[in-house]
Design a protein around this ligand. Structure first.
Ligand SMILES: [Ca+2]
Ligand SMILES: [Ca+2]
Length: 402
């Protein structure tokens, strides 16, 4: 049912504000020129299906309003659509690792999709197999789909897809559907963050985070490790490309409208510590993507959140949050008092303070377990106390500037 569409490789779109952004499709040019190809029912004026609007918007000045009417097919392809293809220059290759983020808005008068399970589908985003070529008749390796129950589903078909004719083939692919949102949130933005290690063998990774409306925290709604995330047939490995979609079964007959904004493909999310990127944590790397991480979570409005940083840079703010999270107020106070007592305790105390300070400086690069091996237990404990004292001082300094 998902027909293959043609690719027209466009010009490489230059420049991104942030170093880690590989491709920016946020519509801040006031048009769709960041993207390669717009596909719509070309017998209509483009504006009936694609429009840059200022409201609702998720970030910056502009978002994209995408409308599909009954019969809006693109040239001779199946399915009804208005969608944007990312320039082929950015296709994912075996071994690539990227982060993606975008936001989709479903108006409050959104109509449920109708029909049989074969017909009640609508895609908001997908990675499409390259074509022409051996993957032409295989379905998208990865797609974000709305179904007739108003759920958002992530569907993946990767690995060995030999013999696959879309979903009907007898192949040996890695194939799954996972519901990531149980009931579509209408009249508000849905934010997505996707992390993918693109691999044809079993060493790939797919993680998806989602939040909607006024939710402060992202939730990791999908985590699959050690899976193939690319399709292959024999020695051929596919290099898929991203589509920001409003693409649905031709069996639908109502007019559907949705808004897309803020798409970014990134090589990293700042100096985010992946360990911090847990299920419901405040995502500390997100200032560079969508919204900003505050102590309460991720704000939905980056302009407001910038204010809450006061005079701190993003890096300083992350450090502030790190220290704030690491030590409770009372624990810090105790540590501070102890080190102050060394410094104030004339003679012996000062000698001890200087000794610990020196040990700290000498062994700064070592891990905790290495330190433990090198130092007697009492010295190790005091070095740790001194380290925490430094953290507390840094925290207080950052807090005063916040
Ligand atoms: Ca925008
Ligand atoms: Ca139709």
């Amino acid at each position: 049912m998902y027909k293959i569409i043609g690719v027209v490789l466009g010009l490489l779109i230059a420049s991104n504000a942030m170093a880690n952004v590989v491709f920016n499709g946020d519509f801040e040019t006031g048009d769709h020129s960041q993207w390669d190809e717009l596909e719509w029912n070309t017998s209509r004026p483009e504006a009936e299906q694609f429009e840059i609007v200022t409201s609702p918007k998720r970030e910056g000045q502009y978002s994209a309003k995408m409308t599909v009417h009954d019969g809006d097919e693109f040239e001779s392809t199946g399915g009804e659509r208005v969608q944007l293809e990312r320039p082929g220059t950015y296709n994912e290759n075996d071994g690539d690792e990227y982060w993606y983020s975008w936001s989709t808005y479903f108006p409050s008068d959104w109509q449920n999709l109708t029909g049989s399970p074969d017909d009640d589908w609508l895609l908001i985003a997908d990675w499409h197999s390259t074509n022409p070529g051996p993957f032409e008749d295989v379905c998208q390796p990865l797609q974000f789909e709305i179904n007739g129950q108003n759920q958002i589903i992530v569907r993946m078909i990767t690995g060995n897809v030999e013999g696959y004719d879309c979903y009907d083939g007898p192949g040996t692919a890695n194939y799954f559907d996972q519901v990531i949102v149980d009931s579509l949130n209408l009249g508000e933005w849905n934010d997505f963050v996707v992390h993918i290690k693109w691999k044809a063998d079993n060493t790939g990774l797919l993680e998806v985070w989602h939040k909607s409306g006024n939710e402060t925290n992202f939730t990791r709604v999908l985590n699959r490790e050690n899976i193939p995330t690319l399709q292959y047939i024999g020695a051929n490995i596919d290099s898929p490309y991203f589509i920001l979609a409003h693409y649905r079964s031709e069996q639908q007959s109502h007019t559907s409208v949705l808004y897309q904004d803020g798409f970014k493909q990134m090589s990293s999310v700042g100096d985010l510590d992946e360990a911090d990127f847990s299920a419901t944590d405040c995502l500390t790397g997100l200032p560079e993507i969508i919204g900003t991480c505050s102590s309460e979570g991720v704000s939905s409005d980056s302009s407001v959140s910038n204010g809450s940083h006061g005079n701190l840079s993003k890096k300083e703010y992350r450090a502030y949050k790190h220290y704030k999270k690491k030590y409770h107020k009372n624990k810090y106070k105790k540590i501070y008092k102890k080190v102050r007592s060394w410094k104030k305790g004339r003679g012996k105390g000062v000698v001890h303070f200087n000794k610990i300070k020196l040990e700290y400086k000498l062994f700064k690069g070592l891990s905790k377990s290495e330190l433990k091996r090198f130092l007697p237990q009492n010295v190790y404990d005091d070095v740790m106390t001194y380290k925490a004292y430094r953290g507390y001082k840094k925290y207080k300094k950052l807090k005063s500037r916040k």
